[in-house]
Structure formats: structure tokens, C-alpha cells
Design a protein around this ligand. Structure first.
Ligand code: NAD
Length: 476
């Protein structure tokens, strides 16, 4: 049983001022695997005071010092690989190979990438007329993260904030807090100056709302649902705080008619069922040329059995359970809704996969005959549910792709470069992935429309934590 009832404030683990305890559940077994404290406003105030006190000196560190620091953090992070992989598998239910290859690796990549970006990052720019434009750390940053990528989302924010010279308070999801607790130990081992990183565990209601409304916090960076993003923005408005939001998505994957349908099916399925569909960039709307529909569906049926659902401790499984009972019910509700709306189930459906009574497992589900105005095509399901929609021509495909309130990602698979380019350029989203390309940690990540405000990753991620100052009339 894991237990960390303290918060990490000003370089040490301190008792919570509250007495409420939150149980952490393993979604594969439904058993309690750990406990954390539900932080209070007083705990948060202490953390903010520590971050504020540490800011004047940390903000003055040189870029070279911060490069060294980020690489030391990455080195210490690497030493905790086994612990991180184990904890992510337990608290998220991600199968072991994904916990290592994706979750652990993404966390590491952000620290290394931030160090690399800093090497060429310019904090001062000389302009004509004796003007210098300086980029300065924005100040104390409040970071609020969800459960679906416990190391990726924390690390991208932390790496960028440290690279910029900001001090932080992190509130990770109460569903997956232990990966962040290991991160605190990593920072301690790396010799991060006290007060630069503070961790307060707890709920959105108390610690989350506390961060977004705190008068001594200068920026809130949030990843999570649109509803909470809205609440954060409202709270932050009262003290004119800068807000960065990474929210949901309903991303289209456009299959062009010249692409191999077997390859298309594999890319499409992978990008829907990965992490049990709990991915904000999941390609949940698959747009297929009408003439290729039957061939595509047959190819999907053929590849789907390769994506096995089961115990995350068994490395041959591709999908673990969903994070919680609530998420299970939510996904069931959407599958029922799809049936009710008249979409056709190709594979999967409601209920648990056969023989899997314990754990929040769902069947990977493919719907076809989906119309883009159906609820299952418009709302983020956050489960392994694909909606296949047909189109007659490229212009219609683009129109359907953009007919959404979201704009986080878009996918296109095709051979003809001109058409691929046209689709990529026309989708109004922050990241377009062509022919199943893998990630690029230097490229900005973030959404258009209701998918968010701002960008993370790489140099754009660092910019998020900076203020811009013009010094006019300086002679040097
Ligand atoms: P959530 O919004 O419920 O919770 C996210 C975090 O916010 C948690 O730490 C939670 O405790 C906290 N929170 C809850 N209420 C709060 C409040 N009033 N004030 C401040 N903080 C509060 O989201 P979730 O269920 O953890 O994650 C799933 C959602 O996140 C999905 O909608 C998904 O699309 C989105 N998401 C987006 C991205 C992205 O990068 N765009 C990445 C992952 C997840």
C-alpha cells in the first residue's frame, strides 16, 4: 500500500493541515492501492508563500544553470524508471509496455527537450532605436493536471516552467497522484532549490479552485476538461491571471482514397484505442471515402483483435481498464446513445469484455453509419470508441472535419502529397499527424477553438511562462 499523507512544500515533506484522506484505486483490480491527503487552503497558502519566496533568486539563474538543472532532473528521472513504470501501471491501469514506452518516456523527453531548447533560446533581443525586448519569467505558476498521462502532462508544464525561471505549485489529479510524488523525489535528488517546486495534493474543489483564484499566483496552466477550464478562467479573471488551457478534442482522421486501407485501419484503430481511448488527441471521427467504406470496415475488423484488452500487468495486452467506475459508466452511456441515434455497431458494444468482471474494462467499439451531428460524433467520449463517417469528396471531408467545437488534432492518411497538404492545411487544429507519424517533442502542442488556449512542448512551451518587456532608449 502506497501512502504519502504529506505535501511537498519548500523543499520538504510537510504534514497536511487537514485530516481528510483520499483513497487511490487501481482500476484493474478496483482495490485501494494508496492514500493521499486532501489538501486544504492553508496547505496551498504555504506552498504559494514558498514559491513566492523562491522566485526572486530562481528567476535570476542563468540559462546555463537551468540547462544543467534540467539535465540533472532528467538523469534522476531515469534512475526512477522502474518505480515510475510500476506506479503508472497501478494507478492508471496502463499496460506495462505503454507505461514504459509512452508514459515514462514522454515525461523524460520533456525535461531533455527543454534543456535543448534553452541552448538556442534568446531571452534578450536587440532592436533598432536603442530598444531591447526582454523575456522574463512570469512568476509563480499554478499547474493543474489530469490523470490520463500522469508523467507527460506534469513534466511538460514543469520542464517549461523551470526552463523559463518560474517557481511552481503542482496539483496533480487525485486519481493518479503517485507519479507526481515520485517527481517530487526526483527534484529533491536533483538538488532543485527549495521552494521552486511545491506539490499540494487534493481535489479540484479546494486546491484547484484555490490555485485559480489565488492572488499570489501569476499564471495557471491547466490540462483537463472544458467545464473545469471554464471555471478556472472565470476564477482567474478576478485577479487577471494569465491562463493556459489544454482541453478536450474530437479529432478527425481523414482517410484518402489512394491509401492502403489495411494500413489506414491500423493507424485509425491505434489512434482510437491507445490508452483505452483516454487521449485528448484521440482520432475518434474516422472520415472514409464512400467508395472505400466496406473495404475499410473489413480491414478494421481484421486488425481489431490484435488490440487485446486485459490485465495491464500482462505485457501482451494493448488496452487496460478505464480509469474509474464513473468513466466506465460515461463510456457505456455514449455507446448506448450511439445505438439509440441509429449508428451501426461493427465491433464491441455495451458491457464488459467476456470474462472480465473485475476492473473497469470496456470493449473497443466501432460504429459506422455515423452522421457528424450525432452526439457520439460531437462529444468527447474519452474511451475506445470509433465513429466512422463517410464522405463524397475532399471538400466535404474537410467540412465534416471542421464541424466541431474542438480543434486539438487532426490526422490524414494518403499518398498524393498535394491532397494530403490540402487536408492538413485546412483542418483547424493545433497538431496534424500525417500517415501515422510519431511525435515531435520540439513541435508546439495545443488547441484551436474550445480545445484550449496557449501551447506546450518545446520553445513554445517555454514562451508560455514568460512575460515580454520592452526597454526603450537603452544605449548598449
Ligand atoms: P478534469 O477537468 O475533471 O480534472 C483535471 C484536473 O482538474 C484534476 O486535477 C482535477 O482535480 C482538477 N479540477 C477539478 N475541478 C477543478 C476546479 N474547479 N478547479 C481547478 N481544478 C479542478 O479532467 P479529467 O477528468 O482529469 O481529465 C479528462 C479530461 O481532460 C478530458 O476532457 C480530456 O480531453 C482532457 N485532457 C486534455 C488534454 C490536452 O492536452 N488537451 C490532455 C489530457 C486530458
Amino acid at each position: 500500500m502506497r501512502k504519502q499523507l504529506k505535501h511537498f512544500i519548500n523543499g520538504e515533506w510537510v504534514e497536511s493541515t487537514g485530516s481528510t484522506i483520499i483513497d487511490v484505486i487501481n482500476p484493474a483490480t478496483e482495490e485501494v492501492i494508496g492514500q493521499i491527503s486532501d489538501g486544504t487552503r492553508e496547505d496551498l497558502d504555504k506552498a504559494v508563500a514558498a514559491a513566492r519566496a523562491a522566485f526572486p533568486s530562481f528567476s535570476q539563474t542563468t540559462k546555463e544553470e537551468r540547462i544543467e538543472l534540467l539535465n540533472r532532473i532528467a538523469d534522476e528521472y531515469e534512475k526512477r524508471k522502474d518505480d515510475l513504470v510500476e506506479v503508472i501501471t497501478q494507478e492508471l491501469g496502463s499496460p506495462l509496455p505503454m507505461s514504459e514506452r509512452t508514459h515514462y518516456s514522454m515525461g523524460l523527453a520533456h525535461f531533455r527537450q527543454a534543456a535543448k531548447e534553452l541552448e538556442t533560446f534568446e531571452f534578450n533581443e536587440k532592436r533598432p532605436n536603442n530598444t531591447v525586448v526582454r523575456k522574463e519569467p512570469i512568476g509563480v505558476s499554478g499547474l493543474i493536471t489530469p490523470w490520463n498521462f500522469p508523467t507527460n502532462q506534469t513534466s511538460t508544464k514543469l520542464a517549461s516552467a523551470f526552463a523559463a525561471g518560474c517557481t511552481v505549485i503542482l496539483k496533480p489529479s487525485e486519481l493518479t497522484p503517485f507519479a507526481a510524488i515520485i517527481l517530487a523525489e526526483v527534484f529533491q535528488a536533483a538538488g532543485l532549490p527549495k521552494g521552486v517546486f511545491n506539490l499540494v495534493n487534493g481535489t479540484g474543489e479546494v486546491v484547484g479552485n484555490g490555485i485559480s483564484s489565488h492572488p499570489d499566483i501569476d499564471l495557471v496552466s491547466f490540462t483537463g476538461s472544458g467545464a473545469v477550464g471554464q471555471k478556472i478562467t472565470e476564477n482567474a479573471a478576478k485577479t487577471i491571471k494569465k491562463v493556459a488551457l489544454e482541453l478536450g478534442g474530437k479529432s478527425p482522421l481523414v482517410v484518402l482514397d489512394d491509401f492502403d486501407m489495411k494500413k489506414a485501419a491500423q493507424i485509425a484503430v491505434t489512434n482510437v484505442v491507445f490508452n483505452s481511448g483516454q487521449v485528448c488527441t484521440a482520432a475518434t471521427r474516422t472520415l472514409v471515402p464512400k467508395s472505400k467504406h466496406d473495404e475499410f470496415i473489413e480491414a478494421v475488423k481484421a486488425v481489431l483483435p490484435n488490440y487485446r484488452v486485459g490485465d495491464p500487468q500482462d505485457g501482451t495486452n494493448f488496452l487496460g481498464p478505464l480509469i474509474s467506475e464513473q468513466q466506465y459508466e460515461r463510456v457505456q452511456g455514449y455507446i448506448e446513445k450511439g445505438i439509440e441515434e441509429g449508428a451501426t455497431i461493427v465491433e464491441g458494444g455495451t458491457g464488459k469484455p467476456e470474462g472480465m468482471e473485475k476492473g473497469y474494462y470496456v470493449k473497443p467499439t466501432v460504429f459506422t453509419n455515423v452522421k457528424n451531428d450525432m452526439v457520439i460524433a460531437q462529444e468527447e467520449i474519452f474511451g475506445p470508441v470509433m465513429s466512422v463517417i463517410t464522405y463524397e469528396n475532399i471538400d466535404e471531408a474537410i467540412e465534416i472535419a471542421n464541424d466541431t467545437i474542438y480543434g486539438l488534432a487532426g490526422y490524414v492518411v494518403g499518398e498524393d502529397q498535394e491532397t494530403v497538404q490540402k487536408v492538413a492545411n485546412s483542418i483547424r487544429a493545433g497538431r496534424i499527424i500525417v500517415n501515422g507519424a510519431s511525435g515531435d517533442f520540439s513541435a508546439p502542442f495545443g488547441g484551436y477553438k474550445q480545445s484550449g488556449i496557449g501551447r506546450e512542448w518545446g520553445d513554445y512551451g517555454i514562451e508560455e511562462y514568460l512575460e515580454v518587456k520592452s526597454v526603450v532608449g537603452i544605449s548598449s
